[in-house]
Ligand binder design. Structure first.
Ligand code: SF4
Length: 334
């Protein structure tokens, strides 16, 4: 990162932080916790220093976070903090309606300093469709308006994404929520996605439309084909069929507030019991395969982060949706 960019990034984050600091000071908090994802841990230390300079004692949350689904309110409270500054993500709305607001959480969404507009300007002609939906990840959504204006200047009709079930920014996509795209899918012929990697675009592709990924890391626009998760879905169905005769099944959910899906657990449990299974419900903060070995259970249903990796090495890990396969096969318990 150039010195100039580093300065710009610090300036931006400091401006946002200053607003949060003002709020925190106004409330008269003495102790405030700080939490954020990998990649900006050094900045969290800077933020802690800034809190200390204001006479507020910082508490650092050790584990990094993948989303605001994992706000560390309980850990903060246990350490006597009166508020938590969650850096990196926007507020997460719980799809089952759990109260995410019962602790004082201040969100400081992270905007990536990496430039994305030069990639769009240089490669936009590769976008073949005339009517496109504009979506992306939080890190680049501060440039969505600029991208929309540019594409419209070039003759595209741009439909702005709406908020999803779990999101608060229009057009914002999470690994577990492409509602922003699904909500406008009928009006568009393709999507333009601001961000990188396959994780989020593959969710958008479930709308049945192709996704043009404006990738600031690769510095070009590449295409995520429509319905690119179909292979993953087929693999999950195969795992369920492989274990259909197993009597003991586990269901895993997370103690992270935004990944704790008790209604989904109940539905999955009832479905499995209807098929004669003995069901055991597990809860843990972070879900690692080794923790689930030794129970004599070979297959687990994921009722935590829906995008958690399914490729466990020794045990089978499947989504609740994949259980529908059990309705279509004959079961003979082992
Ligand atoms: S994809 Fe998983 S980690 Fe990301 S916001 Fe959703 S639940 Fe959280």
């Amino acid at each position: 990162m150039t010195e100039q960019k580093q300065e710009a990034r610090e300036q931006w984050n400091y401006e946002e932080l200053s607003e949060v600091l003002e709020e925190v000071k106004k409330e008269g908090y003495d102790k405030v916790a700080l939490q954020g994802p990998d990649g900006i841990k050094d900045e969290l230390i800077t933020y802690a220093d800034k809190l200390r300079n204001e006479g507020i004692e910082p508490v650092m949350i050790g584990a990094s976070t993948f989303g605001a689904c994992g706000i560390a309110d309980e850990k903060a409270e246990r350490m006597g903090a009166e508020a938590l500054i969650h850096v990196g993500h926007t507020r997460f709305l719980h799809p089952e309606g759990a109260d995410m607001d019962d602790f004082n959480v201040y969100y400081l969404p992270y905007r990536e300093d990496r430039e994305i507009m030069p990639t769009l300007r240089e490669h936009y002609e590769e976008i073949e469709e005339e009517t496109v939906g504009l979506v992306g990840v939080t890190q680049y959504m501060d440039r969505a308006e600029e991208a929309r204006e540019f594409l419209e200047e070039k003759g595209y009709e741009v439909v702005e994404g709406k908020t999803g079930l779990r999101t608060t920014e229009p057009g914002q996509v999470l690994g577990c929520d492409a509602g922003a795209a699904h909500n406008i899918a009928e009006k568009v012929d393709a999507f333009v996605f601001l961000g990188s990697g396959h994780f989020h675009p593959s969710q958008v592709s479930e709308t049945g439309e192709k996704v043009y990924v404006v990738d600031p890391y690769e510095e070009h626009i590449w295409v995520e084909p429509a319905n690119s998760l179909d292979d993953e879905t087929r693999a999950e169905h195969a795992r369920v069929i492989k274990h259909k005769d197993k009597k003991k099944w586990g269901i895993v959910t997370s103690s992270k507030k935004g990944q704790n899906y008790r209604r989904a657990v109940q539905i999955a449990k009832e479905k499995l019991e209807k098929h004669g299974k003995d069901v055991y419900v597990f809860v843990e903060d972070r879900i690692f395969e080794p923790d689930y070995k030794g129970y004599g259970i070979d297959v687990y249903v994921n009722c935590a982060c829906p995008r958690m990796t399914k490729d466990w090495q020794d045990l089978a890990f499947v989504s609740p949706d994949a259980l529908s396969v059990l309705d279509e096969v004959e079961i003979e318990h082992e």
